[in-house]
Design a protein around this ligand. Structure first.
Ligand code: NAP
Length: 259
């Protein structure tokens, strides 16, 4: 399918690996020029070069912390005019509800709620002026069903979801479609770090912890970054203009709910 976005320009945050890189690669495959971001310059440069080489589009890498105001300003300055925004950042650390105080919540809110809001506030006005835009916020299945060890994620991402529900409907009439993509368990470093936590807590090997998590997913496996990227690129496509303010779950059936 031709996604109809060749020649558009996208900012994909937190994209040197994992889900962000999956989105960047799928957009590049559709002919979209990219601004890619992560904190670590070396891995970012390597990913940017491999995307350039494989898809022949232009890639501007910006090494900066997207959750930090100065880092974000640097990314936005280099990005310039953006048609497609994919917000993403590292997830909050795991723990139990008794572990977290005010500072932990403020850090989670900054990274996973206020950062995407700041990016939309900076870039959506240009999209509405030009009459076309797409935003995909990478959130989590924790928005639909809480994950016990990820209370900080449950909280901060729910706040972003509420904001997007209202805000997306205010810009839809100007050709801008904003949606959230909710990953369930995907085979990335972040997922395997969570599996390591489970393994340590239960005193079992890492592969046993992974098998335990996968056994609870109806699809019986983790999702791939390619599957995730393809869904993201579709939500950014010309065909997705009537999809507004939705929370699209990619979880292999893990959230046991009728709707
Ligand atoms: P990942 O494989 O660990 O990759 C994270 C990427 O984000 C890396 O490129 C990392 O590079 C970059 N990054 C992290 N913090 C950043 C920051 N402050 N500023 C700029 N770049 C940053 O993680 P992932 O699995 O793709 O997860 C992405 C998001 O989806 C996370 O918020 C995670 O909680 C959420 N999620 C993931 C899953 C899953 O199963 N994978 C499920 C639900 C939700 P640097 O470290 O060099 O900055």
């Amino acid at each position: 399918m031709d996604l109809g976005i060749k020649g558009r320009r996208a900012l994909v945050c937190a994209s040197s690996k994992g889900l962000g890189l999956g989105c960047a690669r799928a957009l590049a495959d559709a002919g979209v020029d990219l601004v890619m971001n992560a904190r670590g310059a070396e891995a970012l440069e390597a990913s940017a070069q491999s995307v350039r080489d494989e898809f022949g589009i232009s890639v501007t890498p910006v090494a900066a912390d997207i959750t930090d105001e100065a880092g974000r300003a640097e990314v936005l300055k280099a990005a310039g005019q953006i048609d497609i925004l994919v917000t993403n950042a590292g997830g909050p650390p795991p723990g139990m509800w008794t572990d977290w105080g005010r500072e932990d919540f403020l850090a989670a809110l900054d990274a996973n709620m206020l950062t995407p809001i700041a990016l939309m506030t900076a870039l959506v006005p240009g999209m509405t002026d030009r009459g076309w835009g797409r935003v995909v916020n990478i959130t989590s299945q924790s928005v639909k069903a809480p994950i016990a060890i990820l209370g900080l994620s449950n909280s901060a991402r729910a706040g972003l979801t509420g904001y997007v529900a209202g805000m997306s409907r205010q810009v839809a009439g100007k050709g801008v479609a904003i949606n959230n993509l909710l990953p369930g368990s995907h085979a990335t470093d972040r997922r395997f770090a969570l599996d390591r936590t489970i393994a340590e807590r239960q005193g079992i090997p890492l592969d046993a912890a992974t098998a335990q998590v996968q056994a609870e997913i109806p699809a019986g496996r983790y999702g791939t970054v390619e599957e995730f990227g393809a869904a993201c690129a579709f939500l950014c496509s010309q065909h997705a203009g009537f999809i507004v303010g939705q929370n699209v779950l990619l979880d292999g059936g893990n959230v046991n709910a009728t709707i």
